[in-house]
Write a protein that binds this ligand. Sequence first.
Ligand SMILES: O=C(CO)[C@H](O)[C@H](O)COP(=O)(O)O
Length: 226
Amino acid sequence: MDNRDLEKQIAAREAVKFIRQNDIVGLGTGSTAFFAIQEIALLVKNGLKIKGVPTSENTAALAVSLGIELLPLEEVKGIDITIDGADEFDEQLNLVKGGGGALFREKIVASLTKNEIIIADSGKLVKQLGKFKVPVEVVPLALNYVLQQLAELNGKGEVRMKDNARFITDNHNIIVDADFGLITDATGLAESLNRIEGVLAHGLFVQLASKVIMGKGTQTIIYAKN
Ligand SMILES: O=C(CO)[C@H](O)[C@H](O)COP(=O)(O)O
């Protein structure tokens, strides 16, 4: 395992300590969340009773393969704790998410969650968001309109591709990765993106995380809400 994976793993091990018996647990998506799901599966094998809520089809398949019982997102009224990754975060706990294209379900799960814990390796911490382009999930018919609106916000949008075709999300939409340069006002930008018709969700997560647990070398550093 390389150093970044080790950092992800120790962050995941620390995060699962916050899970309690009978919790409803949001299960994140991506290579960091993968470590948390593995740790949760181990706890379940050892007698922990939880129900998982997946943030993507990939995560659902992984969780089922590891013996974690799932609840469908549409039936869930509240989630006790979620453990998810991020593409970048700042010390105010603002995040960019959606590198794996699961941002819409991740945002719904985060919004339903009491304790949203983000786990990350040390490469994800930034002084200011914007190094990672902001993923925007777009209803395909609205693509040109959304690209124009992003340009009005000084964002250069590019349709995400995979294997020479448009990347398609679990919700049958496309992703535009938008470059806004360094983001000075994450709240303002998030609100502007929320107002664009045709945008289902965007990857700016503001005021949604309660802590970020970051692996650094063999230690973890916790950034928490004041
Ligand atoms: O938001 C996400 C998926 O939509 C992931 O949490 C984010 O992309 C981080 O992924 P990884 O842990 O593989 O670096």
